[in-house]
Ligand binder design. Structure first.
Ligand SMILES: *Cc1c(COP(=O)(O)O)cnc(C)c1O
Length: 374
């Protein structure tokens, strides 16, 4: 089955008891069992597994082409759910441009376990090879990356990782499986913030890991989630599942709007750079074309006039909302450096955009007005 069909039908069997076509939301924390704990339908206690979460996991595994999925309370919980399974003393490579939470996790929480992380430009394969250490157990990729939209060659990274006896995990939040399926390119697992495009309406938080195989990493992460309780609630699972059904349709529209905006902005004076992998001038365009079906709904721009010009622009938009996060139906913009706290790493002249599902003419007019005023 094609992805669009899987998005609608995976984990969507009609309810056997009632015939309900829409997936039921089961809130029960506990499930009746026999006198010696014999399970009736495979469930015992919500923190271990539950029917609504199971449906979402089936859907995510099918969409990413993996054998198993695990869903979590947030994207960060999913990320931590994987990284926590690394042995003490391990070394990992992370992208030098990446979601800021990963950087903070590595800096503040991993050293206590002797785990070290090195930041490297994942688009530069020689730099990746040079950064490997004997204890490197994991390569963490994020492509396209936040907020510079850098593109890494997933198949090449998988080869490098496996030749070293390490795993490759790919944060696929920006692309979603609609545009890119890292497991098919050799990654061992995919991580998602389902808060973003899967939820799609800026009203639910969640995360996921999808594993290529039901291997010991999967078992370890499953056991850890059960014991630490980092689960997605049934209601959040239900909302994210509902979002997944329309994800391919929404992504097509996000991509179309973002491509038009990137092309428009690239021709405007005062903008030093438009970071969007769909532009032929983007450093990662060729690799993106090879491994992605389309280029996504995220882009960032950098103003020649520095931080002042960026902030003036951000203050002037009316349809775009100044807010963090991404992947919802509404267009958002954000001056990343201002959101990153005391030690921002994003360029001060950078504005990130999550392009929504509004009519393109209204979005372009909004940007034009803000540029005229900035
Ligand atoms: C938002 C995000 C995360 C973190 O997910 P949460 O659901 O906010 O915990 C991780 N990676 C990327 C690329 C993100 O955009």
């Amino acid at each position: 089955m094609r992805l669009e069909t899987l998005a609608v039908h995976a984990g969507a069997e009609a309810d056997t008891e009632t015939g309900a076509v829409a997936s039921p939301l089961h809130l029960s924390t506990t499930f009746k069992h026999g006198p010696a704990a014999e399970r009736v339908a495979g469930y015992e206690y919500q923190r271990e597994s539950n029917p609504t979460q199971d449906r979402l996991e089936q859907c995510l595994a099918a969409m990413e082409g993996g054998e198993r999925a695990l869903v979590y309370a947030s994207g960060m919980a999913a990320m931590q759910g994987y990284i926590d399974c690394l042995p003490n003393g391990a070394h990992l490579l992370i992208p030098n441009d990446c979601y800021s939470g990963l950087r903070t996790l590595c800096r503040e929480f991993l050293p206590a376990r002797g785990i070290r992380a090195s930041a490297v430009d994942m688009a530069d394969l020689d730099a990746v090879r040079a950064a490997l250490e004997p204890d490197t157990a994991l390569l963490w990729a994020e492509t396209p990356s936040n907020p510079l939209l850098a593109v890494a060659d997933i198949a090449a990274l998988a080869e490098i990782a496996h030749a070293h006896g390490a795993k490759l995990v790919c944060d696929n939040t920006f692309a979603t499986p609609v545009l890119q399926q890292p497991l098919k390119l050799g990654a061992d697992a995919v991580m998602h913030s389902t808060t973003k495009y899967f939820g799609g309406h800026s009203d639910v938080m969640g995360g996921a890991l999808v594993f290529a195989a039901a291997d010991e990493r999967y078992e370890a992460a499953f056991h850890r989630r059960h014991i630490t309780g980092n689960i997605a609630s049934p209601f959040n699972s239900w909302l994210i599942l509902r979002g997944a059904r329309s994800l391919p349709a929404r992504m097509a529209w996000h991509c179309r709007n973002a491509q038009a905006i990137a092309e428009y902005l690239a021709a405007q004076p005062g903008i030093a750079a438009v970071n969007y992998p769909g532009l032929p001038t983007h450093a990662g365009h060729a690799v993106a074309k090879k491994q992605m079906r389309d280029f996504g709904g995220m882009l960032s721009i950098q103003f020649s006039g520095g931080q002042e010009a960026a902030l003036r622009f951000a203050a002037k938009v009316k349809i775009f909302t100044n807010a963090t996060s991404l992947g919802g139906v509404e267009s958002l913009i954000e001056h990343r450096a201002s959101t990153e706290g005391p030690n921002p790493v994003s360029p001060p002249n950078l504005i990130r955009m999550s392009v929504g599902l509004e009519h393109i003419d209204d979005l372009l007019a909004d940007l034009q007005n803000a540029l005229d005023a900035s």
